[in-house]
Write a protein that binds this ligand. Structure first.
Ligand SMILES: Nc1ncnc2c1ncn2[C@@H]1O[C@H](COP(=O)(O)OP(=O)(O)OP(=O)(O)O)[C@@H](O)[C@H]1O
Length: 333
Protein backbone atom coordinates (compact mmCIF):
# COMPACT_ATOMS: atom_id res chain seq x y z
CA UNK A 1 0.00 0.00 0.00
CA UNK A 2 1.39 3.45 -0.85
CA UNK A 3 2.23 6.00 1.82
CA UNK A 4 -0.44 8.39 3.12
CA UNK A 5 -0.21 11.98 1.90
CA UNK A 6 -2.96 13.22 4.18
CA UNK A 7 -4.47 11.63 7.30
CA UNK A 8 -7.38 13.06 9.24
CA UNK A 9 -7.85 11.73 12.74
CA UNK A 10 -11.05 12.64 14.55
CA UNK A 11 -11.29 15.95 12.68
CA UNK A 12 -14.22 18.26 13.46
CA UNK A 13 -15.12 21.75 12.34
CA UNK A 14 -17.62 23.95 14.12
CA UNK A 15 -18.81 27.36 13.00
CA UNK A 16 -20.46 29.79 15.34
CA UNK A 17 -23.59 31.28 13.80
CA UNK A 18 -24.16 34.73 15.24
CA UNK A 19 -27.65 36.00 15.93
CA UNK A 20 -29.17 38.12 13.19
CA UNK A 21 -30.80 41.48 13.92
CA UNK A 22 -34.16 39.94 14.85
CA UNK A 23 -32.40 37.44 17.14
CA UNK A 24 -30.41 40.19 18.87
CA UNK A 25 -33.61 42.19 19.40
CA UNK A 26 -35.41 39.14 20.81
CA UNK A 27 -32.43 38.54 23.13
CA UNK A 28 -32.60 42.15 24.35
CA UNK A 29 -36.28 41.65 25.10
CA UNK A 30 -35.37 38.67 27.29
CA UNK A 31 -36.09 35.79 24.87
CA UNK A 32 -33.86 32.72 25.53
CA UNK A 33 -31.98 32.93 22.21
CA UNK A 34 -28.21 32.66 21.76
CA UNK A 35 -25.55 32.18 19.10
CA UNK A 36 -25.76 28.72 17.54
CA UNK A 37 -23.10 26.25 16.49
CA UNK A 38 -22.97 24.52 13.12
CA UNK A 39 -21.27 21.12 13.36
CA UNK A 40 -20.08 21.16 9.75
CA UNK A 41 -17.64 18.24 10.13
CA UNK A 42 -17.98 15.76 12.98
CA UNK A 43 -15.04 13.52 13.99
CA UNK A 44 -13.93 12.42 10.54
CA UNK A 45 -11.10 9.93 9.98
CA UNK A 46 -9.79 9.88 6.43
CA UNK A 47 -6.58 8.78 4.75
CA UNK A 48 -5.57 9.66 1.20
CA UNK A 49 -2.60 7.67 -0.09
CA UNK A 50 -0.15 8.60 -2.83
CA UNK A 51 -1.59 7.90 -6.27
CA UNK A 52 -5.16 7.36 -5.04
CA UNK A 53 -8.31 9.09 -6.22
CA UNK A 54 -10.76 9.40 -3.34
CA UNK A 55 -14.30 10.54 -4.15
CA UNK A 56 -16.05 12.46 -1.35
CA UNK A 57 -19.81 12.54 -1.90
CA UNK A 58 -22.86 13.93 -0.13
CA UNK A 59 -25.68 16.43 -0.52
CA UNK A 60 -25.21 20.17 -0.28
CA UNK A 61 -24.39 21.30 3.26
CA UNK A 62 -23.02 17.96 4.50
CA UNK A 63 -19.56 19.43 5.09
CA UNK A 64 -17.66 18.32 1.96
CA UNK A 65 -16.17 21.73 1.12
CA UNK A 66 -15.27 22.39 4.74
CA UNK A 67 -13.47 19.04 4.87
CA UNK A 68 -11.73 19.80 1.55
CA UNK A 69 -10.55 23.18 2.81
CA UNK A 70 -9.12 21.64 5.96
CA UNK A 71 -7.34 18.96 3.91
CA UNK A 72 -5.88 21.68 1.66
CA UNK A 73 -4.67 23.56 4.74
CA UNK A 74 -6.70 26.70 4.05
CA UNK A 75 -8.98 26.25 7.06
CA UNK A 76 -7.94 25.03 10.52
CA UNK A 77 -9.79 22.18 12.25
CA UNK A 78 -11.68 22.84 15.50
CA UNK A 79 -10.64 19.41 16.83
CA UNK A 80 -8.56 16.45 15.76
CA UNK A 81 -5.29 16.07 13.86
CA UNK A 82 -4.49 16.62 10.20
CA UNK A 83 -1.23 14.96 9.20
CA UNK A 84 0.67 15.80 6.02
CA UNK A 85 3.23 13.11 5.28
CA UNK A 86 2.96 12.04 8.92
CA UNK A 87 3.52 15.54 10.36
CA UNK A 88 0.85 17.72 11.92
CA UNK A 89 -0.13 20.28 9.29
CA UNK A 90 -0.67 23.00 11.90
CA UNK A 91 2.83 22.52 13.33
CA UNK A 92 4.71 22.97 10.04
CA UNK A 93 6.86 26.06 9.71
CA UNK A 94 9.04 27.87 7.20
CA UNK A 95 10.07 25.91 4.09
CA UNK A 96 8.11 22.82 5.12
CA UNK A 97 4.88 24.81 5.56
CA UNK A 98 5.42 26.41 2.13
CA UNK A 99 6.10 23.01 0.62
CA UNK A 100 2.87 21.56 2.08
CA UNK A 101 0.93 24.52 0.73
CA UNK A 102 2.34 24.20 -2.78
CA UNK A 103 2.10 20.43 -2.88
CA UNK A 104 -1.64 20.51 -2.16
CA UNK A 105 -3.68 22.57 -4.60
CA UNK A 106 -7.42 23.17 -4.64
CA UNK A 107 -9.65 23.56 -7.71
CA UNK A 108 -13.06 25.11 -7.14
CA UNK A 109 -16.49 24.94 -8.75
CA UNK A 110 -16.47 28.50 -10.01
CA UNK A 111 -13.11 29.16 -11.65
CA UNK A 112 -14.17 32.69 -12.53
CA UNK A 113 -14.50 33.63 -8.86
CA UNK A 114 -10.98 32.39 -8.18
CA UNK A 115 -9.31 33.98 -11.24
CA UNK A 116 -8.28 37.62 -10.88
CA UNK A 117 -10.20 39.37 -13.71
CA UNK A 118 -7.51 42.05 -14.04
CA UNK A 119 -4.65 39.59 -14.59
CA UNK A 120 -3.68 38.08 -17.93
CA UNK A 121 -3.71 34.28 -18.11
CA UNK A 122 0.12 34.22 -18.28
CA UNK A 123 0.37 35.96 -14.91
CA UNK A 124 -2.44 33.92 -13.33
CA UNK A 125 -0.61 30.72 -14.26
CA UNK A 126 2.97 31.93 -14.00
CA UNK A 127 3.10 34.19 -10.96
CA UNK A 128 3.34 31.55 -8.20
CA UNK A 129 6.00 29.35 -9.84
CA UNK A 130 8.19 32.42 -10.37
CA UNK A 131 7.76 33.59 -6.77
CA UNK A 132 8.55 30.11 -5.46
CA UNK A 133 11.58 29.60 -7.70
CA UNK A 134 10.07 26.78 -9.77
CA UNK A 135 11.04 28.60 -12.96
CA UNK A 136 13.42 31.44 -13.89
CA UNK A 137 12.66 34.67 -15.75
CA UNK A 138 14.41 33.44 -18.91
CA UNK A 139 12.39 30.21 -19.02
CA UNK A 140 9.15 31.67 -17.76
CA UNK A 141 7.37 31.98 -21.11
CA UNK A 142 7.93 28.38 -22.11
CA UNK A 143 7.11 27.22 -18.54
CA UNK A 144 3.71 28.94 -18.76
CA UNK A 145 3.15 27.58 -22.29
CA UNK A 146 3.77 24.05 -21.01
CA UNK A 147 1.24 24.39 -18.19
CA UNK A 148 -1.37 25.72 -20.62
CA UNK A 149 -0.71 22.88 -23.07
CA UNK A 150 -1.00 20.32 -20.26
CA UNK A 151 -4.39 21.76 -19.35
CA UNK A 152 -5.49 21.57 -23.01
CA UNK A 153 -5.22 25.28 -23.79
CA UNK A 154 -3.48 26.99 -26.68
CA UNK A 155 -0.44 28.89 -25.35
CA UNK A 156 -1.48 31.93 -27.40
CA UNK A 157 -4.36 32.36 -24.91
CA UNK A 158 -1.90 33.60 -22.31
CA UNK A 159 -2.23 37.22 -23.39
CA UNK A 160 -5.99 37.21 -22.77
CA UNK A 161 -8.07 37.89 -19.65
CA UNK A 162 -10.40 35.39 -17.86
CA UNK A 163 -13.62 37.01 -19.11
CA UNK A 164 -12.64 36.15 -22.69
CA UNK A 165 -13.05 32.41 -22.03
CA UNK A 166 -15.90 29.91 -21.70
CA UNK A 167 -16.62 28.12 -18.40
CA UNK A 168 -14.73 24.99 -19.47
CA UNK A 169 -11.72 27.01 -20.64
CA UNK A 170 -11.70 28.97 -17.38
CA UNK A 171 -11.65 25.71 -15.46
CA UNK A 172 -8.66 24.68 -17.60
CA UNK A 173 -6.91 27.95 -16.65
CA UNK A 174 -7.53 27.08 -12.98
CA UNK A 175 -6.08 23.62 -13.63
CA UNK A 176 -3.01 25.11 -15.38
CA UNK A 177 -2.50 27.44 -12.41
CA UNK A 178 -2.66 24.50 -10.00
CA UNK A 179 -0.26 22.39 -12.10
CA UNK A 180 2.21 25.26 -12.39
CA UNK A 181 3.35 24.83 -8.77
CA UNK A 182 4.03 21.11 -9.31
CA UNK A 183 1.58 19.68 -6.77
CA UNK A 184 1.38 16.05 -5.77
CA UNK A 185 -2.19 16.27 -4.45
CA UNK A 186 -5.21 18.13 -5.84
CA UNK A 187 -8.48 18.72 -3.99
CA UNK A 188 -11.22 19.22 -6.61
CA UNK A 189 -14.29 20.80 -4.99
CA UNK A 190 -17.28 20.35 -7.33
CA UNK A 191 -14.80 21.13 -10.11
CA UNK A 192 -17.18 20.14 -12.91
CA UNK A 193 -20.55 20.92 -11.28
CA UNK A 194 -21.03 24.23 -13.11
CA UNK A 195 -20.18 22.86 -16.57
CA UNK A 196 -22.33 21.37 -19.34
CA UNK A 197 -22.36 17.58 -19.37
CA UNK A 198 -20.16 17.27 -22.49
CA UNK A 199 -17.61 19.71 -21.05
CA UNK A 200 -17.76 17.87 -17.70
CA UNK A 201 -16.64 14.68 -19.45
CA UNK A 202 -13.73 16.49 -21.12
CA UNK A 203 -12.52 17.98 -17.83
CA UNK A 204 -12.88 14.63 -16.00
CA UNK A 205 -10.83 12.98 -18.76
CA UNK A 206 -8.22 15.71 -18.39
CA UNK A 207 -7.98 15.04 -14.63
CA UNK A 208 -7.42 11.34 -15.32
CA UNK A 209 -4.83 11.98 -18.06
CA UNK A 210 -2.96 14.28 -15.68
CA UNK A 211 -3.12 11.64 -12.97
CA UNK A 212 -1.26 9.20 -15.22
CA UNK A 213 1.14 11.76 -16.66
CA UNK A 214 2.09 13.47 -13.40
CA UNK A 215 1.40 10.72 -10.82
CA UNK A 216 -1.18 12.92 -9.11
CA UNK A 217 -3.38 12.12 -6.13
CA UNK A 218 -6.91 13.55 -5.91
CA UNK A 219 -9.63 14.16 -3.36
CA UNK A 220 -12.59 14.57 -5.65
CA UNK A 221 -15.57 16.28 -3.97
CA UNK A 222 -18.99 16.03 -5.60
CA UNK A 223 -22.67 15.94 -4.68
CA UNK A 224 -23.15 13.49 -7.55
CA UNK A 225 -22.15 9.87 -7.05
CA UNK A 226 -22.35 9.40 -10.83
CA UNK A 227 -19.54 11.95 -11.37
CA UNK A 228 -17.07 10.12 -9.11
CA UNK A 229 -18.03 6.64 -10.36
CA UNK A 230 -15.43 6.27 -13.08
CA UNK A 231 -12.55 8.15 -11.59
CA UNK A 232 -12.41 7.13 -7.92
CA UNK A 233 -10.50 4.23 -6.43
CA UNK A 234 -12.24 4.74 -3.12
CA UNK A 235 -15.48 6.54 -2.25
CA UNK A 236 -16.35 8.23 1.04
CA UNK A 237 -19.98 9.19 1.68
CA UNK A 238 -20.79 12.02 4.10
CA UNK A 239 -24.08 12.91 5.70
CA UNK A 240 -24.50 15.93 7.97
CA UNK A 241 -20.83 16.15 8.86
CA UNK A 242 -20.27 12.43 9.46
CA UNK A 243 -18.77 9.75 7.22
CA UNK A 244 -21.51 7.13 6.80
CA UNK A 245 -19.84 4.75 4.35
CA UNK A 246 -16.38 4.20 2.90
CA UNK A 247 -15.27 1.53 0.46
CA UNK A 248 -13.59 0.91 -2.87
CA UNK A 249 -15.57 2.46 -5.72
CA UNK A 250 -16.50 -1.00 -6.95
CA UNK A 251 -17.90 -2.04 -3.55
CA UNK A 252 -19.93 1.15 -3.25
CA UNK A 253 -21.47 0.76 -6.68
CA UNK A 254 -22.11 -2.98 -6.39
CA UNK A 255 -22.72 -3.51 -2.67
CA UNK A 256 -23.74 -0.15 -1.19
CA UNK A 257 -24.55 -0.81 2.46
CA UNK A 258 -25.80 2.40 4.03
CA UNK A 259 -29.40 3.38 3.18
CA UNK A 260 -28.16 6.91 2.42
CA UNK A 261 -25.62 5.63 -0.13
CA UNK A 262 -28.35 3.46 -1.64
CA UNK A 263 -30.60 6.49 -1.87
CA UNK A 264 -27.82 8.48 -3.59
CA UNK A 265 -27.31 5.61 -6.04
CA UNK A 266 -31.00 5.64 -6.85
CA UNK A 267 -30.54 9.23 -8.01
CA UNK A 268 -27.83 8.36 -10.53
CA UNK A 269 -29.72 8.09 -13.83
CA UNK A 270 -27.25 5.73 -15.50
CA UNK A 271 -27.42 3.05 -12.85
CA UNK A 272 -30.81 1.85 -14.05
CA UNK A 273 -30.61 -1.81 -13.05
CA UNK A 274 -29.49 -1.24 -9.48
CA UNK A 275 -31.63 1.83 -9.05
CA UNK A 276 -34.82 -0.24 -9.05
CA UNK A 277 -33.91 -2.02 -5.83
CA UNK A 278 -33.33 1.20 -3.86
CA UNK A 279 -35.76 3.77 -2.56
CA UNK A 280 -35.00 7.31 -3.74
CA UNK A 281 -34.05 9.88 -1.16
CA UNK A 282 -36.98 11.53 0.57
CA UNK A 283 -37.29 14.89 2.28
CA UNK A 284 -34.81 17.72 2.74
CA UNK A 285 -31.44 17.43 4.44
CA UNK A 286 -31.94 18.65 8.05
CA UNK A 287 -30.11 21.74 9.31
CA UNK A 288 -26.64 21.04 10.75
CA UNK A 289 -27.58 23.65 13.40
CA UNK A 290 -29.96 21.13 14.87
CA UNK A 291 -29.16 17.66 13.52
CA UNK A 292 -31.45 14.72 14.34
CA UNK A 293 -30.47 12.61 17.35
CA UNK A 294 -29.03 9.09 17.00
CA UNK A 295 -28.34 8.36 13.36
CA UNK A 296 -28.58 11.73 11.60
CA UNK A 297 -30.21 9.98 8.61
CA UNK A 298 -33.04 8.29 10.56
CA UNK A 299 -35.87 10.77 9.69
CA UNK A 300 -35.29 10.08 5.97
CA UNK A 301 -34.38 6.41 6.21
CA UNK A 302 -36.89 3.82 4.94
CA UNK A 303 -35.42 1.20 7.32
CA UNK A 304 -35.12 3.26 10.53
CA UNK A 305 -36.15 1.59 13.78
CA UNK A 306 -36.25 2.76 17.39
CA UNK A 307 -32.53 2.42 18.13
CA UNK A 308 -31.68 4.68 15.15
CA UNK A 309 -33.52 7.57 16.79
CA UNK A 310 -31.48 7.55 19.99
CA UNK A 311 -28.08 5.93 19.44
CA UNK A 312 -25.32 7.22 17.16
CA UNK A 313 -24.10 4.25 15.09
CA UNK A 314 -20.36 3.61 14.97
CA UNK A 315 -18.48 3.43 11.66
CA UNK A 316 -17.73 -0.31 11.51
CA UNK A 317 -15.85 -2.51 9.07
CA UNK A 318 -18.45 -4.80 7.44
CA UNK A 319 -16.06 -6.36 4.90
CA UNK A 320 -12.34 -5.85 4.24
CA UNK A 321 -11.87 -2.15 3.45
CA UNK A 322 -15.63 -1.49 3.57
CA UNK A 323 -17.00 0.57 6.47
CA UNK A 324 -20.56 1.62 7.19
CA UNK A 325 -22.29 3.52 9.99
CA UNK A 326 -25.65 1.78 10.29
CA UNK A 327 -27.46 -0.12 13.06
CA UNK A 328 -28.99 -2.45 10.45
CA UNK A 329 -25.63 -4.21 10.22
CA UNK A 330 -25.91 -5.30 13.89
CA UNK A 331 -29.44 -6.61 13.20
CA UNK A 332 -28.27 -8.66 10.25
CA UNK A 333 -25.39 -10.07 12.30
N1 LIG B 1 -17.68 30.06 7.14
C1 LIG B 1 -18.81 29.49 7.60
N2 LIG B 1 -19.52 30.04 8.61
C2 LIG B 1 -20.64 29.47 9.09
N3 LIG B 1 -21.16 28.33 8.60
C3 LIG B 1 -20.50 27.73 7.59
C4 LIG B 1 -19.30 28.28 7.02
N4 LIG B 1 -18.87 27.47 6.01
C5 LIG B 1 -19.77 26.47 5.96
N5 LIG B 1 -20.74 26.62 6.89
C6 LIG B 1 -21.86 25.72 7.14
O1 LIG B 1 -21.33 24.42 7.35
C7 LIG B 1 -22.16 23.44 6.74
C8 LIG B 1 -21.34 22.62 5.76
O2 LIG B 1 -21.01 23.48 4.66
P1 LIG B 1 -20.11 22.99 3.42
O3 LIG B 1 -20.01 24.12 2.46
O4 LIG B 1 -18.86 22.39 3.92
O5 LIG B 1 -21.03 21.84 2.82
P2 LIG B 1 -20.99 21.18 1.38
O6 LIG B 1 -21.34 19.75 1.57
O7 LIG B 1 -19.70 21.48 0.71
O8 LIG B 1 -22.16 21.90 0.62
P3 LIG B 1 -22.10 22.82 -0.69
O9 LIG B 1 -21.76 21.90 -1.81
O10 LIG B 1 -23.47 23.39 -0.78
O11 LIG B 1 -21.03 23.84 -0.41
C9 LIG B 1 -23.32 24.20 6.09
O12 LIG B 1 -24.41 24.20 6.98
C10 LIG B 1 -22.77 25.60 5.93
O13 LIG B 1 -23.81 26.56 5.99
Amino acid sequence: MSTPIIELKGVSKRFSKKLDLAGKLAQKLGAPVKDETVHAVDQVDLTVRKGEVVGLVGESGCGKSTLGRMVAGIMPASDGDILWHGKRLDSLQGAEARQAKLQTQMIFQDPYASLNPRMKVADIVGEAPLVHGLTKRGEWDSYVDNQLRRAGLDPSFKRRYPHQFSGGQRQRIGIARALAVQPEFIVCDEAVAALDVSIQAQILNLFMDLRRELDLTYLFISHDLGVVEHLSDRVVIMYLGRVVEEASAEEVFVRANHPYTQALLAEVPRIEARKKSFAGIKGEIPSPLNPPSGCHFHPRCPHAFDRCKVEKPALKEIAPGHKSRCHLNDRVA
